[in-house]
Design a protein around this ligand. Structure first.
Ligand code: ADP
Ligand code: MG
Length: 317
């Protein structure tokens, strides 16, 4: 099977057919038609075998996650995802692997109405680069830069489960099967908060998706906003599965690992009710974890000073 065989067999056939795709896979480039006068958001994430996912990760999980992490970036911008391209480097044309990978990728694409419109396939170490383009709605976009003194800091869903999932996968954490499965799913099948991001456009003052850990990502948000914040780790939202082992593992997984793909966002206190309403409408827990204040990010644990040494996951030290 050559490059063209791979494209034809695994990537050309797909269920999402967007009306705004004038020309999809098969020509030298794709043509899309954005709604008149709209801004677009563009993002890329690269996933490298053995770095971003363990080498024996299920192909379907790799496919799903390679789009999900990009969807999360579009969510953090408060935009609607639309068109994707896929740069795929493969050590060999393994049909079983490609079958699983495409199934996972298109599962995420269908869930969020994204059409794959092009890409490239080459041989080399397993590496997946997805580019995703989204459309900014009337109320958007959201950026990292708008947080102001006094704004409340929120986090969606729960934090730390993906970090615990990696420990489970690596055989470093022994928990009951149901908890292990929850952690593993949160690692391999993160839920990008696309509907939340869109609902927050025009409501939140700043937003970021949590890919490197709350410590690092809230730091980025504050830096971009020229602000500081105070957050108490005792207020971080943890799953019941995590709470059961909190004494053993501590708050680290919720702070310094990432891969949760929840949103961290800020909103003025007089919009707190609107934030609560959005959470109710989406059936998603939105937890207030702190406040924007000062010029540095200050961490507390039950009101006591709590210095964090490790600032999230970094590739180059
Ligand atoms: P070119 O040589 O002009 O770069 P290719 O032969 O690489 O074109 O690709 C042929 C067509 O298949 C193009 O439309 C390209 O966007 C598409 N394509 C290539 N790889 C992928 C992929 N992994 N997923 C989706 N479309 C792809
Ligand atoms: Mg090419």
């Amino acid at each position: 099977m050559d490059e063209f065989g791979i494209i034809e067999r695994f990537f050309r056939r797909q269920r999402v057919r967007r009306a705004d795709v004038t020309l999809g896979i098969g020509d030298d480039a794709a043509i899309v038609r954005p709604p008149a006068g709209r801004e677009l958001v563009v993002t890329t994430d690269v996933l490298v075998n053995g770095v971003h996912f363990p080498e024996d990760t299920d192909a379907g999980d790799v496919g799903y996650k390679s789009l999900a992490v990009n969807l999360s970036d579009i969510a953090a911008m408060g935009a609607s995802p639309a068109w994707a391209t896929l740069g795929l480097t493969l050590p060999e044309a393994d049909a079983d692997w490609l079958e699983g990978f495409a199934a996972g990728l298109f599962e995420a694409a269908e869930a969020f109405d994204v059409q794959l419109v092009g890409g490239d396939v080459t041989s080399g170490p397993l590496c997946i680069a997805v580019q995703l383009i989204g459309i900014v709605d009337d109320a958007g976009p959201l950026t990292r830069a708008g947080a102001r003194d006094g704004d409340l800091v929120y986090v969606s869903g729960t934090l730390g489960d993906a970090a615990l999932g990696l420990r489970v996968v690596q055989g470093m954490l022994d928990v009951p099967a149901a908890d292990a499965e929850l952690f593993r799913r949160r690692l391999h099948r993160p839920t990008p908060r696309v509907a939340l991001g869109r609902a927050l456009a025009g409501l939140a003052s700043a937003a970021i998706d949590i890919s490197d850990g709350l410590a690092a990502d809230l730091g980025h948000l504050c830096e971009c906003s020229g602000a500081g914040s105070v957050v108490d780790v005792a207020d971080l939202p943890l799953s019941e599965s995590y709470q059961r082992i909190l004494d053993e593992v501590g708050p680290g997984p919720a702070l310094s690992f990432g891969d949760d793909y929840e949103l961290c966002f800020t909103a003025p206190p007089d919009r707190a009710r609107d934030v609560d309403r959005v959470g109710k409408e989406l059936g998603l827990t939105l937890t207030r974890v702190g406040q924007i204040t000062g010029s540095a990010v200050v961490w507390l644990n039950n009101g006591e000073s709590f210095p964090i040494g490790e600032h999230g996951f970094q590739h180059f030290h």
